[in-house]
Design a protein around this ligand. Sequence first.
Ligand code: NAP
Ligand code: MN
Length: 275
Amino acid sequence: MKFVIVSKGDERSKTIKGTMKQYLTDFGLDYDEKYPDLVISVGGDGTFLEAFHRYIHCLKSTAFIGVHTGHLGFYADWVPDQVEKLIIEIAKTPFQIVEYPLLEVIIRSKSGGTEDKFLALNEATIKTAEGSVVFDVEIKGDHFETFRGDGLCVSTPSGSTAYNKALGGGIIHPSLEAIQLTEMASINNRVFRTIGSPLILPKHHTCLLKPLVDRSFLITIDHFTESYTNVKSIQCRVAKEQVRFARFKPFPFWDRVRDSFVTDDDSDSIKRSNS
Ligand code: NAP
Ligand code: MN
């Protein structure tokens, strides 16, 4: 099996990368930066996003795993203390694969020509540095609303705990193939009206955003930001591609949500049950 390790670059992550690389090659695995079967990210969720985009060309044949060297992450969910156990698991066992949905974004220009296509693991956001954005929002080919405000966020289920959550979006279990549309400060008055609630769209329900006022748009795909002018439309839907995670132990999504946002202290529930 071929593997690669993407590190955040800080001393702790670099040391863990060094140890893992050494042991795994000692176990007979090959280090391959081009076409790895397994991509190990060492750092945080941001590092994992980086690793995902670096190996986006071989999603079909590659599985990902994340070790966190800071706080518990959603993608980086292995603690450094368990690294030795993980190394043995990787070297010995054929691993289980869990697949999560991705978001496909296609940006078309008014001048025609080529379109830009992206895959996002967390989300895409559309904002502007020039006041507010004004879009016609179409869902499945029908006009839904005209949005005016700071911007829109379209997220994947696994990205629902990231930016989407800060915008008041719901947390979606990644076994659901869906995307979520959340508003950033929509203007609601006699002239402009939007739904206000986050919308959750199933597979094949394409969401099309058509700018009504020409602006220079700041479009983010996960941790990347690109500036676009002359935008005709931004199309978002559940991608046909998926991201594959290598699973060596169960760590249910809702446990990760609880441990990240509510509590990771078991004594809390004991206290509650005694009171
Ligand atoms: P960053 O500014 O370091 O990321 C912001 C935080 O989001 C970090 O704590 C990061 O974890 C965490 N995060 C990333 N993916 C997550 C997920 N799926 N679930 C829960 N938390 C997640 O920038 P970055 O590390 O390059 O990450 C880019 C992401 O930041 C974007 O995709 C977007 O989701 C998020 N973001 C959030 C806000 C907001 O909440 N207001 C604003 C802008 C961007 P680590 O510390 O482990 O990296
Ligand atoms: Mn980060």
